[in-house]
Design a protein around this ligand. Structure first.
Ligand code: NAD
Ligand code: ZN
Length: 367
């Protein structure tokens, strides 16, 4: 078995992220962060049949005194609702969860966000342990403490900052992940290289095939490096008041695509989040080049890497530039000065730029 990689998130509410194959079967590791005698495992209808029984059995064997309950909800972004959040709280009540109880999130980002928010609210905050099972959750949503549910009027509108007590990422769980979800997670992995470290882009170019083949060691290395970049920004800016917003590289364009197509990606047609971010990163890199901030060759290199990973890099048909621009104006990331983007200084180094003129954005959207 490969070595377990460990990344620490520094700070007052610091925690560790452990990454490696087989960790969901490691009872000592899974039970170590549990302080009290109660734990609620939250999962979804796809993940529960694959991993929940085994996690429960493993935890019981390691900690026979533990009272465990489960809350399994239907899978999908459209289930990340206040209603499901309420049901999760009722499950904590039924368990008799005390202040030292733990919510265990076993699933992708939807489960991590909802379970994390339930932990943030139950008795004004109890521990949450994240057991992410998608690549996106392992490299992004399980780390950093942002928790939320959606409202009909918008995504992630209700939530809290509530850092997890621990994150344990079992790379073996990625073997059952649908191909498209794996690729969507790889888009966020590429993002870290694009904004923080061009040598990570070299590494990704060299390991693209191994990642697509789900090689345990390549995946664990990509996850550990991604988490290390995220951990550093999160420790510097836990409440996203400053440069944590760098993590939104590709996301202003990406969200405009997602909202304009009506979040069709969550129902199968259209681009999903990672795919929209892949397109968005290429557009942000091209905008950086158009503004004379970075070279077009770097944008093209990024595009080639994303294509090798099976990700789209062009705006899907039927989304007019003017409509996308209008969406960006409504986005949280716009401000009075005009459109705000995370742009490249060069590949591997980005900065937040305000007041980007509409005509430059339109030119990139129309190209
Ligand atoms: P998801 O949780 O919907 O998971 C994707 C699909 O994969 C689901 O159908 C799920 O049931 C299935 N699945 C999960 N693990 C599996 C496995 N091991 N084998 C087989 N199937 C599996 O989506 P996601 O992409 O993981 O996360 C997206 C969510 O994360 C969004 O709601 C987004 O807002 C949120 N997010 C949060 C943050 C944050 O900082 N909190 C950051 C990024 C994204
Ligand atoms: Zn994202």
């Amino acid at each position: 078995m490969s070595a377990v990689r460990k990344v620490e998130v520094a700070g007052e509410n610091g925690y560790s992220i452990e990454i490696g194959p087989g960790l969901l079967e490691d009872g000592a590791r899974l039970s170590k962060p549990l302080r009290g005698r109660h734990a609620l495992i939250v999962s979804d209808g796809n993940v529960a049949p694959l991993y929940l029984d085994s996690v429960e059995t493993t935890l019981h064997a390691a900690r026979p005194d533990l009272t465990l309950a489960r809350f399994v909800m239907p899978a999908g972004e459209h289930e990340k609702t206040l209603a499901r959040f309420g049901e999760c709280l009722h499950a904590l009540a039924a368990l008799g969860a005390t202040r030292d109880a733990t919510v265990i999130a076993l699933g992708g980002g939807v489960i991590g966000d909802l379970a994390g928010f339930a932990a943030a609210c139950w008795m004004r905050g109890i521990d949450c342990v994240q057991l992410p099972t998608t690549l996106l959750a392992m490299v992004d949503s399980s780390v950093g403490g942002k928790t939320a549910v959606d409202l009909p009027s918008g995504k992630n509108l209700v939530g809290a900052f509530h850092p997890p007590r621990a994150v344990i990422a079992d790379t073996a769980a990625l073997r059952s992940l649908p191909e498209r979800e794996l690729r969507a997670g790889l888009a966020e992995v590429v993002k870290y290289g694009a904004i923080f470290d061009a040598t990570f882009l070299d590494w990704l170019e060299a390991h693209a095939d191994a990642l697509l083949a789900r090689d345990d060691d390549a995946l664990a290395e990509a996850i550990a490096r991604s988490c290390a970049y995220k951990a550093e920004v999160v420790a510097r800016d836990p409440f996203e008041r400053g440069d944590r917003a760098m993590l939104n590289f590709g996301h202003t364009f990406g969200h405009a695509i997602e909202t304009e197509q009506g979040y069709a990606g969550t129902s199968g047609d259209g681009l999903n989040h990672g795919e929209a971010v892949a397109v968005g990163m290429v557009l942000a890199a091209r905008l950086s080049a158009a503004l004379g901030r970075a070279s077009l060759a770097d944008a093209e290199r990024l595009q080639r890497l994303l294509q090798r990973l099976g990700l789209p890099t062009a705006i899907p048909p039927g989304l007019p530039p003017q409509a996308l621009l209008a969406r960006m104006r409504l986005d949280k990331k716009a401000d009075a000065a005009g459109l705000r983007f995370v742009l490249w200084d060069r590949a591997g180094a980005a900065r937040i730029v305000s007041g980007v003129p509409d005509q430059d954005v339109l030119a990139v959207l129309a190209a």
